[in-house]
Each structure stands twice: as structure tokens, then as C-alpha cells.
Design a protein around this ligand. Structure first.
Ligand SMILES: [Mn+2]
Length: 359
């Protein structure tokens, strides 16, 4: 596997490539072109420029998170074909730049939802949290405003200010959309892009819904094993893959992550791993924690052992970290706690390979 670190680019990330290079065991960065509006083509030269910068610090750039899917594709509007064409050109450009994995999601309107971006934990650190009781009675606009006000001045992916201005219109467009219709729209998209991804030797990896439950009445189709089954069956190709995000799927304790890894890993359908821990207090009340098993609800050893068992050889990254040591950064994406998380995952991986035999 290759250990990676999500990086927001020279302009938008205060974390430097040198800092990432100094994290033990780090193989590469996960990047994206944040300046390209959703639906537009990703220029090859911009991808090459990230790669060149990363390579200067001995870091690979083989994984993208995310080429976002235009809302018209999710809505199944006639204009979707134009955006799918653009997506295909972006995939071809990505391949030319050496990209192997492209993460995406199919969540209507919101990429992810939290009710608190800085919940104080027992040790003075802060973490992202979700509590369904705090959403009840709130409008999406209230929610969006809260997230924008608490993002420490950073733009958060999926919560770009200009998109939020269109919230009411977007909600109107989704009126009457149920899971089946949304699923059909995903299938239409996959049938168009997966053959190209396959040709380009790229694995697409759909990110689970975060949290994996309907929020504000919007349909959600990447919530559990059953949903994942339906998705991998839409197009029979290893390029039609999954991003297994343990913190997203794991916020529903009914999702057995090691089992899910073994099942889809055996079919070579895991494109990308996001590995982090969360503490689930009761259904749909959870907060993020340090990566170590003892701090949360997930058994991180079992998760890494499952990856070992299925010979996972794709990218993995520590996911959201807490804010520690007075760091002021993009919520979930500071340097310190993610670096600690990466190191913990590397430690588990080394131990597993020592105990069960290096493959
Ligand atoms: Mn994730």
C-alpha cells in the first residue's frame, strides 16, 4: 500500500510539502484542483504542476480527491451529458499525469455534514462531531452558515461559499428524488465513465456518505454493505471501485468495516482507504478522535489486518485529525494529529507484516 496525505495545494494549504515529506513513512500526496469549477475540465498542465512540486519532495502524486460530480449528473438533468464528457476528459488528463485513483462522491448538495467543527475533548483537543439532535429544527441554510463561520477562514471542500448561495434552488431541484432515482443517475454516470477509467488504468473510488444517513430529507445511496453491493454491480470492472472511509461508514456501528474490507477487497474493488477512528456515543451521535483504537469505537488493528488479508495495494491515508498543540488549521485537516495517525497506521502495518509475514 502507499501511505498518503491529503494536501490542499500551495495556495490553499498552510501545510507544506516539506512538512509532509518529514512525516515518517509518507509516500505521496492526495491532491485536487480546487480552482476548477465543478463540472469543468481539469487541465493536464495543472495536474503536472502538482506532480512536479510533489516529486521535488520525493512524494508521489498518484491519487486525486476528488473530481467532484456536477449536481446535474446527480439530478439526472439533460445537461448531464456535457458534464460527463468533461469528466471523461479530466480522467484522461489525470491518466496522462500518472494518476491511478480518483475519489468522488455522489452525495446530493452536501459533501459531508457535521454539527460541530471544534468539539472540545477531555484532553483539550478539539474534533469534528455530529449530533442528530442539533440538526433537528435547523434549516440547511443555518447549518451551512454555522459551518462557514467556524472553518477558521479556510474553504472546506463541499462547502464553498458560492455553492451555498444556491442552496434553496438546489433543494427545490431535489424535491421528489428518492434513493432509486439517485441510484439510476449514478449508474448512468458509471456506465459512461468506468470504461474510460478502465482504459486509462484508473480506479474510481466512490466515497461513502458522511454521515451515512439521510440529512435534510436528501436521499443517500452509499451508506452500508447493501448499497456498496449495488454500486459494484452497476458496472463489472475493477475500475468501478470504492473508497472505504472507516470514519464515515463506521459512524453506523452496524457496518462491520473489517468484513466490508474483506468482502470488497477480495473482489479488488477497494480503490482507496481513508482510515480514522470515531467515538460513537449512540446512533448518530459521534465525534472524531485520535486514530488509536483505544480512543474510539473502531478496532484499527482489525481494519489493517483485513487490508493485509486482501493484499490491498492501493493508497491509504489518515483521515480527519483533531486540532492539537494549539494548531490553527483547516478543521479535520491539520498537520499534527494526521501525522500521528499516519504513524500509528504505519506501526500497525509493520507489526502485521512482521507477525504474519511480509507479502
Ligand atoms: Mn473519508
Amino acid at each position: 500500500m502507499r501511505m498518503t496525505f491529503r494536501w490542499y495545494g500551495k495556495k490553499d494549504d498552510k501545510i507544506t510539502l516539506q512538512q509532509i515529506q518529514q512525516i515518517p513513512g509518507m509516500d505521496g500526496i492526495v491532491g485536487a484542483l480546487f480552482d476548477v469549477p465543478v463540472g469543468e475540465v481539469w487541465p493536464l498542465e495543472d495536474l503536472l504542476s502538482i506532480k512536479e512540486d510533489a516529486n521535488k519532495y520525493n512524494l508521489d502524486f498518484k491519487d486525486i480527491e476528488s473530481i467532484n460530480v456536477h449536481e446535474d449528473i446527480k439530478l439526472g438533468l439533460p445537461s448531464r451529458d456535457k458534464y460527463i464528457e468533461n469528466y471523461i476528459i479530466s480522467l484522461r488528463n489525470a491518466a496522462k499525469a500518472g494518476i491511478k485513483v480518483v475519489c468522488y462522491n455522489f452525495m446530493p448538495i452536501f459533501d459531508w455534514t457535521r454539527t460541530d467543527l471544534a468539539l472540545p475533548l477531555y484532553d483539550g483537543s478539539t474534533a469534528l462531531a455530529y449530533d442528530y439532535r442539533l440538526i433537528a429544527g435547523k434549516s440547511p441554510q443555518d447549518m451551512a452558515r454555522e459551518i462557514l463561520d467556524n472553518s477558521n477562514g479556510f474553504v472546506l471542500p463541499g462547502w464553498e461559499p458560492d455553492r451555498l448561495e444556491e442552496l434553496s434552488k438546489l433543494f427545490e431541484q431535489y424535491e421528489g428524488m428518492d434513493e432509486d432515482r439517485l441510484r439510476k443517475n449514478l449508474e448512468y454516470f458509471l456506465k459512461a465513465v468506468v470504461p474510460v477509467a478502465e482504459e486509462c488504468n484508473i480506479k474510481m473510488g466512490i466515497h461513502p456518505d458522511d454521515p451515512p444517513i439521510s440529512v435534510f430529507g436528501l436521499p443517500r445511496i452509499v451508506k452500508n454493505e447493501e448499497d456498496l453491493d449495488k454500486i459494484v454491480n452497476m458496472v463489472d470492472s475493477e475500475s468501478n471501485g470504492l473508497t472505504i472511509c472507516t470514519g464515515s461508514l463506521g459512524s453506523n456501528l452496524k457496518n462491520d468495516i473489517p468484513h466490508i474490507i474483506r468482502k470488497f477487497g477480495a473482489k479488488k474493488r477497494i480503490a482507496f482507504m481513508h482510515v480514522r477512528n470515531i467515538q460513537v456515543h449512540e446512533p448518530w451521535v459521534f465525534n472524531e478522535v485520535a486514530h488509536k483504537s483505544k480512543h474510539g469505537s473502531l478496532d484499527m488493528f482489525e481494519i489493517m489486518k483485513a487490508l493485509y488479508d486482501v493484499d490491498f495495494d492501493g493508497p491509504i491515508r489518515p483521515d480527519h485529525g483533531r486540532m492539537i498543540w494549539n494548531e490553527e488549521g483547516r478543521p479535520g485537516y491539520g498537520l499534527y494529529d494526521r501525522a500521528l495517525g499516519a504513524n500509528y497506521l504505519c506501526g500497525l502495518w509493520d507489526s502485521i507484516n512482521r507477525i504474519y509475514g511480509a507479502k
